[in-house]
Ligand binder design. Structure first.
Ligand SMILES: Cc1cc2nc3c(=O)[nH]c(=O)nc-3n(C[C@H](O)[C@H](O)[C@H](O)COP(=O)(O)OP(=O)(O)OC[C@H]3O[C@@H](n4cnc5c(N)ncnc54)[C@H](O)[C@@H]3O)c2cc1C
Ligand SMILES: NC(=O)c1ccc[n+]([C@@H]2O[C@H](COP(=O)([O-])OP(=O)(O)OC[C@H]3O[C@@H](n4cnc5c(N)ncnc54)[C@H](OP(=O)(O)O)[C@@H]3O)[C@@H](O)[C@H]2O)c1
Ligand SMILES: Cc1cc2nc3c(=O)[nH]c(=O)nc-3n(C[C@H](O)[C@H](O)[C@H](O)COP(=O)(O)O)c2cc1C
Length: 1152
């Protein structure tokens, strides 16, 4: 049951918008009072004075006996969030006199001893004397544990606004009055949360910290509820997350916390002990039980991405027991569904989801007569109840809650002769008159012990602290009002949605850059494809797409779902066209939406290192958007990361803007010329200033949590368990089999075919080299927050890509310091280069033309190399913090079968170490593979599983399977044969189709990895046959896997054509492309197909899930270590050779 949540939620908004309100003296100076009445949706306030002139006939019973103001007997205050009568629902703030405490203590002890049937016994009288003495001597007293438990339970029993009080006697009380510090508070609350959560079977509980002591500061939990979602105020006034928590989020940020910027980021706990400055604590994720919201009938509901937490734990109220005030008392019941469905998701000043839901339901939202809001509200509430039930998290529906309250009231009438109840609050926000409580008259009054609202903790801080925090509030309020005005202006503009999909972050940056410029003329929304609902195309008029290409011409991971959805829409539309359905209403919602035209344009990022698939996914999106009904504004523009990407982007942006201006109504005040000039320049550094601010951190952050936040993934700790060299002792290279211990974590379970993503850290030496070259205002171990200001605006906003961290941490864990700088980055660096010669050279490279390409291909320079090569660069710390890409996790194809190796993940890693052909620092090491090669056994490896269902073994196990891989490309196949071996040796082995492996390496004595295991698998029958291709046998021509395939056309044709088998290819892209070509040739010759037919056949195999590829990317082949002495070290001879190369390189540049 929900305990008072509604009141505290709205109460927070109350304080945000209106500040303190309630009874205020009349401005005329008379004794009349005015009551401020707040509209919590609009923020508008009415100040009622008329009540002072009323006739005295209408007396309400809603008053405590102690309340003084005249209003007490003259107006109903039920809907006022905090009635302006201290002691009545709202806590008193002043010091209590001894007499007052004694009176309340006496009354309380009477209640207590009556409850244990010891009223007026010796025990009762002794205790009364003891308490009396203590109050006289010290001004206060302490409750016994039993009294405290009784007091807390009775406070709940007396809470007039709570519908779930039937449970009052089952409240578990955690007596934490011994706690003295914020850290101990945190630990106590964690234990309490774990108890209350109880794996979803929620238990009502309360934790009580030290009571108020005169002359000492209070204990307070600053959060309104322990678990709440952050609300991030955006420069345009909109809020990402929960608008109810904007002020609190800003306070957390002021104190050094930094969230991910998402819709459902759990805020930290802000805990104050003894009136000291609050300390913040991240709630351990395992204590946050959340429920993803889906609908029993509407599949699309899940795609709205809604979720809510399981335990509603109000944490800013006070309990007043026997004259003693407990100011920190987090407590919980469980949710009544409407609190989440109607209030949290439905309220317009909260997540405001009703219109979105209604549109998905296909409701007519043009008129309130259709009751679309009501229908959407009910379905949202159904979804909430259904999801909590499915997740086995306790929840109650409003009908059942109302019924239980009626029973409670009935029982209380019998036991106590009454039950204080506030009708306004008890009647649920949905279907009021359907619930029995609606028809029940109630009387609201205050009994003690009581739960009472308190003034927000930050308002009670000392003047200096308060001033700072109030400023946050004032600014927030001002922005909110300005926002409303701005929103009206913005509403008249055209809306532009910019979608991006990215694997390494570049497309996202480009998307934001174009968004920044278009903001002047359009309402801009920049969204990742994975967060976009394709049904929203219905609402689009102008769409821009920025996307890279991965795999083999495929979507980056966060574009996969979008690609699938659009593909489905195209198919649906084609089917609809075939059935000649011109009637809009007969089409599904999805199709209807795309019959309405929208304008769009696509920019692709890619690399000509993938000539066959250069920016292919961008092309695919462009075609599909056109097929679903979109109208192209421009052709697809493609930016090659090997050169000219920036120029291509600028050209595209200008072209799109010019065309868009002709089509869309652009605001008259917009200076088109200025925008075009802006688009013709480097928009990445446009308009922005940066600063670094030192901040304090409560505790050393957990790097896994931080990585998770940065990469928006849940990251888990594996342990390095074992490492084994797979290449022979004579090999100059290193391929290692790594065993990771998952320590039984369910989140790290996987299937053969899946990948594991590993987060490495950078090489210490390289970090040192870079950090020592930075212009730093602070020492590298100062915790810093990067902030950004857009020109013309006063506000500094936090750059959220990284949490506050030290420069050392940023360069070690979070930033990619080894990828060669892009042409854009070079141009930006030129601005920080003192020497004009060097600047000229850098600008030349920044053009991204042939000089840049040669430089990248021959030197593969990292940022450290650049700083060394151009010694006059003076780069400020913030520059690299914001401009270096993030250090990405590396994926590895898992080489083990989990059933054979429980709690283990095996990976086969080729250790990347190479010499560049002309180099400044010459010897390069792959970040992750080298880190894994050098990491101590037992060390933590941050990781997560990336499922790859398209690479699983066929569900029809009888189908023949051909596995093709070279070098480390054998990795996933080991998991396949391990699984088949296990199944083959069980008592009743299934009948598998044949599994043939084609494997390529250099030489049988050097890198024929897993040779023994493979022959074991052959013997067991798991592998029917292994066909090998050796590329470096002395005196023999090079043989690759595709050559072996070519030599066996009959067998291959039989497998893939006649027996409809599956093909799995793993390794680098070039090999994969050659394999495909070879198979096309075989299909052509054996199946008598034209080249096109054979290619279509492979395409069909892929689409029907018979052709599977697991590709590692393009292999750049520069020099590798010459001998095994080079495993991990550089030789003097090689160094000399490279010094000569370096000299040549610089002579080349000097001659320009
Ligand atoms: C889906 C998928 C699955 C994968 N599975 C595996 C696997 O099972 N086993 C495995 O070992 N790897 C696998 N990889 C590759 C792996 O993710 C890493 O890319 C690899 O380990 C290199 O990472 P690194 O951090 O050590 O090197 P990085 O620091 O990322 O350096 C690699 C970069 O160095 C450059 N480079 C590499 N060699 C040379 C050279 N000789 N000359 C010049 N430049 C060079 C290239 O630009 C290359 O991109 C997989 C990749 C993908 C996408
Ligand atoms: N494994 C290591 O110790 C090591 C060390 C340093 C760097 N690396 C890098 O790691 C990546 C993968 O290494 P790896 O060990 O998995 O593979 P690899 O040893 O580089 O290659 C495996 C086999 O595939 C062959 N091959 C090369 N190009 C091919 C193509 N287009 N089609 C078909 N076969 C082809 C190779 O022949 P040829 O090589 O004879 O042409 C070799 O026989 C590469 O980037 C490599 O540069 C690996
Ligand atoms: C494993 C891998 C596969 C790739 N495949 C392609 C491809 O098929 N076509 C292409 O044009 N670029 C390909 N690329 C290059 C990326 O698209 C390019 O690096 C792009 O700039 C990345 O942009 P992003 O940061 O937005 O993801 C590939 C890169 C990698 C690492």
């Amino acid at each position: 049951m929900e305990m008072l949540e509604t009141s505290t939620q709205t109460d927070q908004i109350d304080s945000e918008i209106t500040g303190d309100h309630g009874v205020k003296p009349d401005e005329s100076g008379s004794n009349a009072t005015r009551v401020q009445l707040c509209n919590h949706t609009t923020g508008k306030i009415y100040a009622d004075q008329l009540h002072t002139r009323q006739t005295k006939a209408g007396i309400t019973a809603k008053t405590p006996s102690t309340a003084k103001p005249s209003i007490k007997n003259s107006a109903c205050l039920a809907s006022v969030m905090r009635p302006p009568i201290p002691g009545y629902l709202t806590a008193e703030t002043g010091k209590r006199s001894k007499e007052e405490i004694l009176a309340q203590a006496t009354d309380f002890l009477q209640q207590y001893y009556e409850s244990i049937k010891q009223y007026d016994t010796e025990e009762h009288n002794t205790r009364l004397h003891e308490v009396c003495d203590s109050i006289c001597l010290t001004g206060t007293y302490e409750l016994t544990s039993d009294e405290l438990v009784f007091g807390a339970k009775t406070a709940w029993r007396n809470a007039p606004r709570c519908i779930g009080r039937i449970q009052w006697n089952n409240l578990e009380v955690f007596d934490c009055r011994h706690v003295t510090s914020a850290k101990q508070m945190f630990e106590a609350i964690c234990k309490y949360l774990e108890y209350a959560t109880n794996g979803g079977n929620i238990r009502s509980a309360i934790t009580i910290f030290r009571q108020r002591v005169h002359g000492k500061g209070d204990f307070r939990v600053w959060n309104s509820q322990l678990i709440r979602y952050a609300g991030y105020l955006q420069p345009d006034g909109s809020v990402i997350g929960d608008p109810a928590n904007v002020e609190f989020t800003q306070i957390c940020e002021e104190l050094g916390w930094s969230g991910e910027g998402g819709r459902f980021d759990v805020l930290p706990m802000l805990l104050q002990a003894d009136g000291r400055k609050p300390e913040w604590f991240e709630i351990p994720p395992e204590l946050i039980l959340e429920v993803d919201i889906a609908h029993p009938k509407y599949d699309w509901f899940a795609s709205l991405g809604l979720k809510w937490y399981g335990v509603p734990c109000v944490s800013d109220m006070q309990i007043d027991v026997g004259g003693i005030q407990f100011t920190a008392t987090p407590f919980n019941g469980w949710y009544m569904g409407t609190e989440v469905g109607a209030r949290n998701f439905g309220d317009t000043n909260r997540y405001n989801m009703l219109e979105t839901v209604a549109k998905h339901m296909g409701l007519d939202t043009s008129s309130s007569l259709t009751l679309w809001k009501d229908l959407a509200l009910i379905e949202t509430n159904i979804a909430v109840l259904y999801s909590y039930k499915e997740a086995k998290v306790t929840i109650i529906d409003h009908h059942a809650a109302a019924e239980s309250f009626m029973q409670h009231m009935d029982k209380e009438q019998r036991l106590r002769g009454g039950c204080p109840a506030d009708w306004v609050w008890i009647v649920p926000p949905v279907s009021g008159s359907l619930c029995p409580v609606y028809h029940q008259e109630m009387l609201s009054y205050q009994m003690k012990p009581a739960f009472l609202y308190q003034v927000a903790a930050w308002k009670t801080q000392s003047d200096k602290k308060r001033k700072r925090l109030t400023t946050v509030k004032v600014v927030a309020t001002a922005i909110r009002y300005l926002t409303r005005i701005m929103m009206k202006i913005l509403a008249n503009r055209s809306t532009l949605t910019i979608l991006y999909a990215t694997e390494t972050g570049k497309s996202e940056r480009f998307a934001h850059r174009i968004g920044d410029v278009f903001k002047t003329g359009f309402n801009v929304k920049v969204t990742c494809m994975e967060d976009y609902n394709t049904a929203d195309l219905l609402n689009e008029s102008f769409l821009l797409v920025v996307t890279s290409t991965f795999g083999n011409g495929e979507a980056p991971t966060n574009g996969e779902m979008f690609a699938r959805d659009i593909k489905r829409l195209v198919k649906e539309k084609k089917t609809a066209n075939q059935s000649n359905s011109n009637d809009l209403c007969s089409l599904s919602l999805n199709i209807r939406c795309i019959v309405l035209l929208f304008r769009y344009s696509v920019f692709g990022l890619g690399s000509t290192a993938y000539p066959e698939h250069f920016c292919k996914f961008a092309g695919t999106v462009d075609t599909m958007l056109n097929e679903v009904g979109g109208k192209r504004l421009t052709d697809v523009y493609k930016g090659d990361e090997l050169g000219g990407q920036e120029e291509a982007f600028q050209e595209w942006a200008r072209d799109v803007f010019k065309t868009a201006c002709d089509i869309f109504p652009i605001h008259r005040g917009v200076n088109r010329k200025a925008i075009l000039t802006m688009l013709g320049s480097d928009t990445s550094k446009m308009h922005k200033s940066y600063r670094i601010k030192p901040v304090t951190r409560q505790k050393e952050p957990d790097p896994l949590v931080q990585l998770g936040k940065i990469h928006k993934k849940k990251v888990f700790p594996c342990k390095m368990k074992d490492r084994k060299q797979l290449q022979s002792a004579t090999s100059s290279r290193s391929t290692i089999l790594i065993t990771l211990d998952t320590q039984g974590r369910k989140d790290l379970s996987y299937q053969p075919g899946d990948h594991v993503a590993v987060f490495p850290t950078n090489d210490k030496e390289l970090v040192h080299k870079i950090v020592s070259r930075l212009e730093l205002e602070y020492t590298p171990d100062t915790v810093l927050q990067l902030e950004m200001q857009t020109d013309g605006q006063q506000v500094w906003t936090k750059v959220k890509r990284m949490p506050p961290c030290t420069i050392q941490e940023a360069f070690t864990r979070y930033l990619d310091i080894t990828s060669p700088p892009t042409p854009d980055a070079m141009r930006m660096l030129a601005a920080y280069t003192a020497s004009s010669d060097e600047r000229e050279q850098i600008m030349l490279l920044g053009k991204g033309q042939s000089d840049y390409k040669t430089w990248i291909n021959t030197c593969h320079p990292n940022i450290g190399d650049v700083l060394i090569s151009f010694p006059s660069i003076r780069v400020p710390g913030w520059f690299l913090l914001d401009h270096l890409p993030l250090l990405k996790p590396r994926r590895y194809s898992i080489s083990s079968c989990p059933k054979v190796n429980p709690n283990e993940i095996h990976i086969t890693v080729a250790v990347v170490k190479y010499w560049t052909t002309a180099s400044m620092e010459s010897y390069h090491k792959g970040v992750c593979s080298t880190w894994l090669e050098e990491l101590d056994i037992g060390a933590v490896v941050p990781a997560y599983i990336k499922p790859a269902p398209s690479f699983y073994l066929p569900s029809d196990i009888k189908k023949p399977v051909i596995l093709i891989g070279n070098g480390t490309g054998i990795a996933p196949f080991r998991s396949f044969w391990q699984r088949r071996e296990l199944e083959a040796t069980c008592s009743n082995p299934p009948k598998f189709g044949k599994m043939t492996l084609v494997f390529g390496c250099r030489h049988p004595d050097i890198d024929d990895i897993y040779a023994e295991e493979r022959s074991g698998a052959e013997k067991s029958g798991a592998l029917l046959k292994v066909m090998k291709a050796y590329s470096r046998l002395h005196g023999k021509p090079k043989k690759y896997v595709q050559d072996v395939i070519k030599e066996n056309p009959k067998l291959i044709f039989k497998h893939i054509y006649e027996e409809q088998g599956h093909v799995y290819v793993c390794g680098n892209n070039l090999m994969a492309a050659d394999v495909r070509k070879t198979l096309v040739q075989i299909l052509g010759s054996k199946g008598k197909m034209t080249s096109q037919e054979a290619q279509d056949y492979i395409t069909n195999m892929r689409e029907s899930g018979r052709y599977h590829e697991d590709l590692f990317g393009v292999v750049n082949r520069l020099s590798e270590p010459k001998s095994n002495t080079n495993r991990g070290a550089t030789s003097t001879a090689s160094s000399l050779w490279f010094m000569m190369k370096e000299l040549q390189f610089w002579m080349l540049y000097a001659s320009r």
